[in-house]
Design a protein around this ligand. Structure first.
Ligand code: SF4
Ligand code: SF4
Length: 94
């Protein structure tokens, strides 16, 4: 018997939630102070696509994030809500 393997979850192009909700520590192109939670990344275009994707400037922190069904959900609002909650849970406490 062969086991079925689910295909990887595909990003909903134009969602942009993971480029808005999380805080990103450290400078990256066009965001010299990093990014605070809830702040729209300067590298998102008006269609919520990353202008750095596929270029040598694409940040390693962004390269490390993969779309996941549990996080991205079925729609953009769900993704945003999940990522806001995740950022709050993982933010270092002072
Ligand atoms: S939150 Fe998920 S679906 Fe939305 S842009 Fe990021 S990876 Fe894609
Ligand atoms: S650099 Fe691109 S992928 Fe990374 S947060 Fe900004 S818009 Fe998103």
């Amino acid at each position: 018997m062969t086991e079925s393997v689910s295909p990887p979850f595909a990003c909903r192009i134009g969602c942009g939630a993971c480029c808005i909700a999380p805080s990103l520590v450290g400078a990256f192109p066009n965001m010299p102070m990093g990014k605070a939670a809830g702040v729209r990344c300067a590298n998102l275009d008006t269609a919520n696509r990353c202008v750095l994707w596929g270029t040598p400037d694409y940040p390693s922190v962004c390269r490390g994030f993969s779309p996941e069904a549990d996080i991205c959900g079925d729609d953009d609002a769900t993704a945003l809500r999940n990522l806001v909650a995740l950022d709050a849970l993982t933010r270092p406490r002072r």
